[in-house]
Design a protein around this ligand. Structure first.
Ligand code: HEC
Ligand code: HEC
Ligand code: HEC
Ligand code: HEC
Ligand code: HEC
Ligand code: HEC
Ligand code: HEC
Ligand code: HEC
Ligand code: HEC
Length: 257
């Protein structure tokens, strides 16, 4: 417990319970966050304060009786909390994950892995900003190398990925090729990689060539840009997955030899 012991809070800590007792109905003021903040003002010190605080601390600390000290906890969870995470947070923020096919496993590790619960110094009360936030659990080395994709270098993980949940594989904000074409729409206008071989080119999953084709090398994945390109980092230029020195050997990775 890291509380600021200013003369004012000290005085409040000593006098307030007495005053509350003397003037009776302890219930109403105790529901008011201002009551709790007379002693716990350090919790809202940071720039971005959780709007839930306005409604009262007891929305989350349902089972805490703060009229006595140490406070009495009539529930089963620490701090008199109403529910475990992420359910506590999802009781108000359920929309973030509702009806989505894929949920980031980080959610079930608790929302406070990424967010502060009371107030924080970053936007959205984030504990750190991407990419550092993501590197708390994902190995930084997987995003480094000889060639690093522009938006990865710029730390824009959440330009491509939803942090909470998504209907698309790998939590992408748009399905596969559409995600890439957001920034590379010039690719649509030419038979990609195959000029000279085929006017139609590879079925890369855009609207001209939308047919979903299985990736011959990666089980359970569809064939799209990332079948030939690394999305994050690569040992070869143009974010290639395969060593261009292989020449036609690159084609033979997927096409019968
Ligand atoms: C949105 C839900 C929510 C609200 C609203 C909320 N808290 Fe909390 N509080 C939590 C959670 C979750 C934890 C436990 C975090 C953990 O396990 O590390 C916690 C922990 C605490 C703790 C102990 C650990 C710490 O962070 O210092 C104190 C003290 C506390 N809350 C006081 C308050 C007060 C006072 C208010 C109102 C001004 C308040 N809380 C409002 C969710 C909330
Ligand atoms: C008069 C001062 C004072 C007021 C008012 C006060 N607290 Fe506390 N609170 C403390 C002190 C001191 C501690 C740490 C030692 C202890 O537990 O007594 C504490 C600890 C806590 C803790 C962490 C320990 C635990 O029991 O889980 C929570 C959570 C908490 N307070 C929430 C609240 C909430 C919510 C309110 C308003 C409804 C509130 N407090 C009002 C002084 C206060
Ligand atoms: C009692 C309802 C309630 C609960 C429970 C709740 N929140 Fe909130 N939260 C709100 C409201 C209201 C807002 C403001 C409107 C919005 O962004 O949805 C908000 C906003 C936020 C924001 C955005 C803040 C910003 O600056 O835009 C984050 C992040 C957040 N909550 C995280 C959490 C986390 C983490 C938990 C669980 C520890 C939680 N919330 C539990 C009501 C709640
Ligand atoms: C892996 C980290 C991570 C986890 C876990 C996480 N969040 Fe977030 N959350 C983020 C990031 C990053 C943003 C900012 C997204 C942006 O700026 O586009 C965000 C934004 C938000 C916002 C602002 C509105 C929005 O949709 O952008 C709310 C509210 C929120 N989170 C609540 C929660 C709640 C509730 C949980 C738990 C159920 C949770 N978050 C778990 C990383 C996380
Ligand atoms: C340009 C868009 C883009 C950016 C920016 C991006 N990713 Fe990805 N990420 C993808 C794509 C596309 C996939 C799926 C590739 C595939 O089909 O195998 C993916 C897959 C993943 C996976 C699943 C495991 C894996 O490697 O296949 C993780 C984890 C991941 N990204 C984390 C991150 C993190 C952390 C950042 C920021 C440092 C980030 N991504 C930035 C597009 C992006
Ligand atoms: C608290 C830990 C934690 C944090 C922080 C975290 N992740 Fe994850 N993430 C996981 C776990 C666990 C998995 C599942 C195992 C794996 O793929 O590594 C996962 C999986 C993923 C996947 C693959 C999902 C799939 O099913 O294909 C992506 C994409 C991803 N995370 C992106 C991000 C991004 C972007 C951030 C930062 C905004 C981030 N993660 C922060 C724990 C975390
Ligand atoms: C948010 C925008 C954005 C998204 C989304 C995006 N890229 Fe990029 N991409 C860039 C930027 C910026 C560069 C660097 C351009 C430069 O250095 O000239 C780049 C470079 C590349 C290059 C290397 C180009 C060259 O000439 O060296 C390839 C290949 C590439 N991206 C493929 C992809 C694929 C595949 C996807 C989808 C998984 C994707 N990009 C999604 C912005 C994006
Ligand atoms: C069949 C494999 C394959 C697929 C599928 C593929 N690419 Fe490529 N792409 C390549 C190769 C190989 C190069 C480098 C040689 C070249 O330019 O022909 C390349 C080059 C690029 C470049 C660099 C600029 C350029 O035109 O040379 C970008 C950007 C790019 N691809 C984006 C994409 C996007 C976006 C998609 C999906 C919509 C995609 N690629 C699908 C193999 C592929
Ligand atoms: C990562 C796997 C992969 C690589 C590498 C690859 N291809 Fe393909 N290629 C495919 C898939 C998948 C199809 C679509 C097959 C289908 O529709 O059943 C395809 C289709 C084609 C087609 C038929 C396009 C049309 O007009 O319908 C030609 C021609 C072709 N590839 C040539 C090449 C050549 C040449 C190379 C090397 C420069 C190459 N491919 C590299 C996976 C790959």
């Amino acid at each position: 417990m890291n509380m600021k012991l200013s003369a004012w809070t000290l005085a409040a800590a000593l006098l307030l319970p007495l005053a509350a007792q003397a003037q009776a109905p302890a219930k109403a003021p105790i529901k008011d966050p201002e009551f709790c903040l007379t002693c716990h003002d350090d919790l809202t010190d940071e720039k971005v304060v959780h709007p839930a605080i306005r409604n009262g601390c007891l929305d989350c600390h349902t089972n805490l009786d703060a009229s006595v000290r140490p406070h009495k906890n009539s529930g089963k969870l620490p701090h008199g909390l109403d529910a475990k995470q992420p359910d506590l947070c999802l009781s108000c923020h359920g929309k973030l994950v509702a009806n989505k096919k894929l949920r980031h496993p980080a959610i079930d590790m608790g929302c406070t892995g990424c967010h502060d619960q009371h107030s924080g110094k970053n936007p959205r009360m984030l504990k750190a900003l991407p990419p550092d936030l993501c590197f708390k659990c994902h190995d930084k080395d997987d995003f480094n190398g000889k060639f690093v994709h522009g938006p990865v270098k710029a730390g824009q993980c959440v330009t491509c990925h939803e942090p909470h949940a998504s209907d698309n594989a790998n939590l992408l904000k748009k399905p596969g090729a559409q995600m890439c074409l957001e920034c590379h729409d010039d690719i649509k206008d030419a038979p990609h990689m195959l000029a000279g071989f085929s006017r139609k080119g590879h079925p890369i999953g855009d609207e001209k060539r939308p047919q979903p084709t299985a990736d011959p090398l990666r089980k359970g994945k569809l064939f799209y840009c990332a079948s030939c390109h690394e999305p994050h980092r690569s040992d070869f230029d143009k974010m290639r997955r395969f060593d261009p020195n292989l020449g036609m050997g690159v084609c033979q990775k997927c096409h019968d030899k």
